[in-house]
Write a protein that binds this ligand. Sequence first.
Ligand SMILES: NC(=O)c1ccc[n+]([C@@H]2O[C@H](COP(=O)([O-])OP(=O)(O)OC[C@H]3O[C@@H](n4cnc5c(N)ncnc54)[C@H](O)[C@@H]3O)[C@@H](O)[C@H]2O)c1
Length: 249
Amino acid sequence: MRLQGKAALVTGAGSGIGRAIASRFAAEGAAVVVADLEGSGGAATVEQISRAGGRAELAIGDVRSAADAEAMVAAAVEGFGGLHVLCNNAGVGSWGNVTTTAEEEWDRIFDVNVKGIYQVSRFAVPAMLEAGGGSIVNMASISAWKTDRNITAYCASKGAVVTLTKAMAMDHAPEIRVNCLAPGHVRTPMIEGPMEQVPTLEAKLLGDLVVGRFGTTDEIAAAAVFLASDDASFVTGSALVVDGGATAH
Ligand SMILES: NC(=O)c1ccc[n+]([C@@H]2O[C@H](COP(=O)([O-])OP(=O)(O)OC[C@H]3O[C@@H](n4cnc5c(N)ncnc54)[C@H](O)[C@@H]3O)[C@@H](O)[C@H]2O)c1
């Protein structure tokens, strides 16, 4: 119960890695605001947490919107009496290089993956200070370091998340620790869709993974709990790579 008595907000918690993080936070004793653009996925996460005996509330909203971000933070403060842990997990992927990525698509990737963190954090930080401090976990990716062809906007956005994390850690120390997670390939809708469209992609992604298998959402959630909890009390401004060895070569 490493998050006993804490209130947490997880964005993009209606699917994949975000759902696993919200569930794991709740299992560790936190009351969790499950925030997602997509209501039915978020509701399913809330139901999963409630069935397991945890506390969760749904906040449907878009991390790109200031009003929605403010409402997500308010759901924690009003529903659970404060905010101690924020996981900025919501993210979107995109294929293309600088010549084939449309300007609107480039902006969408940066608006969700980078601006979304700014948008939620600017309301969360004052609430966390009010609660006596806390921990922010941003979702980066191994794509910040291990780039590939035709995933340019995504790689650039995740590189920005790593640097944004360091800058936030400087700004808000010592009350708030800010770290990011850099997962390797995990089977979620984000990569299952492309794998269905491109039959060779699954073998290519598996080839990156030294452990010979995809990661699970729970393996990423375990690392998120570590960064969110007092076990990581001396860790800030860092990127924790959880990638089955993908960046070892
Ligand atoms: N799956 C992987 O292999 C992998 C690897 C490295 C990093 N990541 C990162 O992990 C995070 C979660 O990815 P996932 O694989 O679980 O993907 P996913 O597509 O399963 O889940 C993403 C969730 O974010 C929500 N979302 C998207 N845009 C949003 C917005 N504007 N506002 C609020 N919610 C929004 C979606 O509705 C969805 O529920 C992302 O930041 C992704 O970049 C994933």
